[in-house]
Design a protein around this ligand. Structure first.
Ligand code: KG4
Ligand code: ZN
Length: 348
């Protein structure tokens, strides 16, 4: 089956075509138009995002179809992100996707953005298939999941406050770096080099006496770490000298916590694969730390390439194939939602 995906939940207007069935789904085209305006304001301005999506949606979809050598008439379904995200931004993709599906008399398939992130890696790594432990780390969400099968998920942990990417973005701001901050903080942290770091932050929500069943066993929290960074910035007598150490100290604390919690989830369900997703999965130190920790156990870590880690429509199209194959089509009344529970959640 050939599926067009559309993603407009935040500040990327993206369209993609995938083709295949079951686990064998290939990417035929992917167009991502990132909106630059938000850099000036240091964050996404919702109204500007919606307007930019409106301007871009038609040419972006046309380009994706042309790159795949296909037309709307030969699609089998149109998949689009319906939640979570900025409602005005989502509405553009939802409305366009439903209209295109209706006009071509093909199924419309609403996809939850985070389920898209879950599927992204499988487009590049055929072995990134269930069962596995998933760590989704984006600008808006942090989720630790046990993926028993596609469509059967256990939500083990989440952030209590800031998402991992949001923490990177806020720390970037404190260090005078541009938005989005993740890649800049990573670069600054790498610039610290190999010498020992004088600056060390407490690993948030990570204690050895935590036990399965404790409410904080899997959850994470990054707002305290962000405050610790703020204090380090304020009390530094030479910020120019300390910037790399602060970035490195922050990144190390965040990564240690994420890796430790992921290992707990793997152990609890006896999984041998970890799949990463979301923009923070672009962070090479996170991927390396996860691999270092898991290699001795024979476990494999799958991470998407940066283009598929950050927001893109390929992952939406891929998740769309899964739902379309199961006949899970969306009614044309489907609306856009700022938040919505991940579909397929199991009770425990
Ligand atoms: O998944 P994504 O593109 O959008 C959301 O769904 O939110 O993730 C964007 C987030 C931003 O917070 C950005 O700073 C972060 O991913 N990010 C990174 C890196 N590249 C992007 N964080 C840490 N290290 C990176 N290299
Ligand atoms: Zn995302």
């Amino acid at each position: 089956m050939r599926v067009l995906g559309i993603e407009t939940s935040c500040d990327e207007t993206s369209a993609a075509v995938v083709e295949g069935a079951g686990e064998d789904v290939a990417l035929r085209s992917l167009v991502i138009l990132s909106q630059d305006a938000h850099r000036i304001f240091g964050g996404v301005v919702p109204e500007l995002a919606s307007r930019a999506h409106l301007t871009a949606i038609v040419p972006v979809v046309e380009r994706a179809l042309a790159d795949a050598g296909t037309g709307a008439a030969s699609l089998d379904a149109v998949a689009f992100t319906y939640a979570p995200g900025l409602v005005g931004a989502l509405l553009v993709g939802v409305t366009f996707g439903k209209a295109l599906a209706w006009a071509n008399r093909i199924p419309a398939v609403g996809v939850h953005h985070m389920e898209g992130h879950l599927f992204a890696t499988s487009l590049e790594h055929p072995d990134a298939r269930p069962p596995f432990t998933a760590l989704l780390v984006s600008g808006g969400h942090t989720m630790l999941l046990d993926v028993e099968d596609w469509g059967r998920y256990r939500m083990l942990g989440a952030t209590r406050d800031d998402a991992a990417g949001e923490a990177f973005d806020k720390v970037a701001k404190l260090l005078g770096l541009p938005y989005p901050g993740g890649p800049h903080v990573e670069r600054l942290a790498s610039a610290h080099g190999r010498e020992p770091n004088r600056i060390r932050f407490t690993r948030p929500m990570l204690r050895s006496d935590q036990r399965p069943g404790d409410p904080d066993y899997y959850d994470v929290s990054f707002s305290g770490l962000k405050t610790a960074v703020l204090n380090a910035v304020r009390t530094s007598d030479d910020l120019e000298r300390d910037r790399t150490g602060i970035a490195r100290g922050f990144q190390d604390a965040l990564i240690d916590t994420l890796v430790a919690k992921t290992v707990r989830a793997m152990d609890a369900y006896g999984r041998e694969r970890v799949v990463l997703g979301g923009g923070v999965a672009c962070n090479a130190s996170l991927v390396a730390a996860m691999r270092d920790r898991l290699a001795p156990r024979g476990a494999v870590v799958y991470a998407p390439s940066p283009r598929l880690a950050t927001d893109n429509a390929a992952m939406i199209a891929r998740a769309g194939v899964f739902h379309a194959e199961r006949g899970e089509w969306s009614p044309l009344e489907l609306d856009a939602f700022a938040s919505a529970p991940l579909p397929g959640l199991l009770d425990s």
